[in-house]
Design a protein around this ligand. Structure first.
Ligand SMILES: [Mn+2]
Length: 327
């Protein structure tokens, strides 16, 4: 589906519910609030519903208090359109939120994660965009809705975080053009950056130091881990540590970064970043996960140690093969 078809679907709907994936990130949240605020300007009845309460650190983006938790939702009216942002699988929206689809006439995924051709044909999914926020910015333009400062800040933050501050190789001039329009609409890049990046307390900085100091380099691979004992010692939420892997972009000579997050003693989340073109989306798929070429993740039913023992040797084999192919 293209922007024009999505615009038609939205124009034909009156009662719309928006959501994003569980453990929502700034791209999901920014896209949600921006699209909701924009659709309200078209006099649509819009509601944003998440499986859990919005994390406090993002509440500054929700100036009109639009985000509701599922338990506070009453589905009274018929729903014309259910829009899922930054995900293309209902399972990712949460056990309760996914059921909203049963009450909705139409479902629309707006996303930039890879999906099958069949799903792409029916939904607004385009992996060439750096962020869902970038697609939403284009959609808002196509709907001829004027950007205001609040909408612009949400979209700017979505793109800022999903490109690790405009650093990803997927950045194109068209993304910078959108960013320029967002700045013209009133966003202060300095304030937007500080708001999303400087809400951490000193304990978080100490934990960051620990995780970075414990990193290991194995050939072209760099990795570290976040353990439950380190989290409780520093009183930090696991969800707040998923960005730590981005620090490894500063290390010279590595192709892939990998971070192991201990969810519990039998569950480990593994994140991958690629700095040199190696497709870590496919690597995550090998281990049952998925994502983008440069950024991906999986969750394994293994202890942290077992996950490391399974993944690190395989990554080394992949890197050896890839590097031996290069001239
Ligand atoms: Mn995203």
């Amino acid at each position: 589906m293209d922007l024009k078809q999505a615009t038609k679907l939205i124009n034909n709907a009156k009662n719309i519910i928006l959501t994003t994936h569980i453990v929502p990130d700034p791209d999901g949240i920014g896209s949600l609030i921006a699209l909701s605020s924009a659709l309200k300007k078209l006099k649509k009845n819009v509601e944003i519903v998440l499986e859990k309460e919005l994390a406090h650190k993002y509440s500054y983006l929700d100036t009109a208090n639009q985000v509701k938790c599922f338990s506070k939702l009453k589905i009274s009216k018929k729903i014309d359109l259910f829009i899922v942002l930054d995900a293309n699988n209902l399972e990712r929206t949460g056990d309760n939120v996914k059921l909203i689809n049963q009450h909705a006439k139409e479902l629309l995924f707006i996303d930039h994660h890879p999906s099958s051709l069949e799903v792409k044909a029916l939904h607004l999914i385009d992996t060439s965009y750096v962020a869902t926020g970038e697609i939403v910015a284009n959609l808002i333009k196509k709907l001829k809705i004027k950007l205001d400062k609040e909408i612009a800040l949400c979209l700017y933050t979505a793109i800022l975080i999903d490109t690790s501050s405009f650093n990803y190789p997927t950045m194109k001039s068209r993304t910078h053009q959108i960013i320029s329009e967002l700045i013209d609409a009133g966003v202060s890049p300095k304030d937007a950056f500080r708001k999303i990046n400087t809400q951490q307390n000193l304990n978080f900085i100490y934990l960051t130091g620990l995780v970075l100091r414990n990193c290991k380099i194995d050939g072209k691979l760099i990795y570290s881990s976040v353990t439950q004992s380190a989290l409780s010692k520093h009183d930090v939420d696991l969800d707040d540590t998923f960005g730590l892997i981005n620090h490894f972009i500063h290390v010279e000579g590595v192709d892939i970064a990998c971070m192991f997050f201990e969810i519990d003693e039998n569950k480990t989340k593994v994140s991958f970043r690629s700095f040199s073109g190696v497709d870590v989306g496919s690597i995550a798929e090998v281990f049952g996960g998925g994502g983008h070429t440069y950024s991906s993740a999986t969750v394994m039913n293994s202890s942290l140690k077992a996950a490391q023992q399974k993944i690190i040797p395989k990554l080394n084999i992949i890197l050896l093969k890839i590097n031996s192919r290069q001239p």
